[in-house]
Write a protein of this length. Sequence first.
Lengths: 416, 302
Amino acid sequence: MTQNRRRRSMMLAAIGAAGILALTGCAAGDTDGSPESTTLTVWHYYNTDGQVEALQKLADSFTADHPGVDVQFEYVPVDQFTTKAVTAAGAKTGPDVLVYGASGTYSLAEAGAIEPMDEWWDAYADKDQFPDGVMQKVDGKLYGVQGYVNLLGLWYNQDMLDEIGGEVPTTIDEMEAVMQKAVDAGHQGVTLTGKPGFESQWQGFPWFTSHGFSYGDPQAKPMADTFQMLQDWVAKGYLSREASTWDQTVPFQQFASGASAFAVNGNWQIGAAKEASFAYGVAPMPISSDGGVLLGGEVQNIGAFSKNKELAQDFLKATFFSVSGQLTLLDYFGSIPARADAASDAQIGDDPILSVFTDIVQQQGRPSPSPEVPSKNVNEVEGLVGDFWSKAVASDGAPAQLADDLMTQLVPLLKG
Amino acid sequence: MISLRTMTGPSRPSGDRRLALALPAAAILVALALWPLVQLGSMSLHEVTAATLNRDWLFIGLENYTRLFASPDFPRAVGNTLVFVAVVTLLGMVGGFAVAVAVSSPTRGASYLLGMMVFVWALPPVVNGSIWKFLLGDHGLLNEAIRALGGSPAGIGFLYDPQLALWSVALVNSWAVIPFNALIFRAALLAIDSEVLEAAEMDGAGPWQRIRYVLIPHVRATATVLGILTVVYAFRSFDFIYVMTAGGPGTASTTLPYLAYVEAFLRLDYGQGAATALIALAVVIVLALFYARDVRRSEETS
């Protein structure tokens, strides 16, 4: 019966993978017909113009040094990425390189879509340039490294602050005082994400940890205080209730149009911010010392079924893990280099926005996913917390009740 | 000499041969419809996540179902699904019939309306949903119009008020289904003998009476089949919710199909997602059986 199950599972996976390969018309490690040309496939979910251009730039620089290599990028929508990689692994195939979200590490590792990279990483001369926070480990084994980090900061409209006589806040109380002035002057206080799901967990993390919540010791009170804060912001007009449907793009568009004093958003908005017709800046999140900001960003590793593993390693070392590669990514979409030497580059130190984000990494950065969350429940926990953040923004329940309901579902998941 | 073939008419394949001819279609049906259903059922009885998909699945009996029934999201999703189906079916049927009556006369306005409906019907739901999301936004056309007419300065939270979000998406989905229903109803109305309508008119029947006593009885069989199809369409509706509210705020507009998507493809719990999908599917299958029975009856009658 077990063997039947395995056979059926493999057959399903094979059918799925065959379909995938038929649709994409390429396979890992395929050659394009000429004997000296090797195709290197890279799966990713980048979809903004800057991200796509950055990938092409990385490929161009790599193929300049490896003329016989054709780097093929394949876009996989973020909500299909893990499932597609897992299905492909079931058919013993997949890309040479995966660029994926950190929350997928456990599933990809357990499904055999990626392998431990300790061996070649230990032999990598530049490994000491990377901080521990960007190492994605499962059961002590290294399953991926983030070449860069993405994180949240407090974007502010300097012109608006000057107009209303506000200062850049360092605490939540100070921020609320400025938002009140903004609302009195006919502006909005802040824009942020409230769409159900993972993005909202990321958005909420700094605020609920600032109120004392921890995944290691989950209590309803700090979560209720956070939800109360959100609902007060909505009631006082600081935050639009419509934020409960916003992803991370819409609220920044609102900020960049000059509608609000603040935006809680990421470093990847640097390009979009340049479209603003007012003076702006970024400050660390105005949270307590208990609070933290999750260090996101995509993880890179070699596909377990790559037929060009050494070439794939060379690709990562020459692109995502190199100083020039990380500075290219920084140029195109503002990602903060993970390498210490790249992060200390004058390009960052001299930039008033990027230098603040690197400070936030040092002062408020927390690993993502949170280590206290059992690996196998990461997706469920992040989705659940994000849903409740959305409910709180939409005032879909009283703060205390929402917090109690959340704890009822969250605590069993955190126990593993 | 008269051949046997002439005497008995064209030769017909024997029963065995007819079965053999149906085999390719049956094989495709089994491979693409039945087998995935069997797998879905199997998944719902096992612990299957992204991490375990490629391993032996652990049999856990009905645990996925008991977890689902215990989840606070489930009753809300069931309630939302019922409301959604009721709104889409009612408005889709009534609206479809009303529009069909309006476009059944050969006037220029009717032709224009018919053309517009085909356009709306042909629009991909993602495009349709995105347009409506923009129109229903805080600063969208509808809210600006409400403010301009002296309504609430804060506007109406069509898509973010937990009490309104589901209704808003259901109304948009109804709007999208009306053209299809209208086209089907129109075909049924065009089949009515014009003499019957003329006779009704000569007997003094006004427009409403002609609708009540002539048109409605004539389209009753069509309406039954179309009603079932509309319920099935509404029941499995996913795209408008995905585009317009992502099931939110929170889970305020999450229906069973959307809940299955969240569980399987966002939380990567395929077992739980399969259990949710099967429950939704069971309702659709029951309705499909009614549909099949009705089609068979109408064929027998004709």
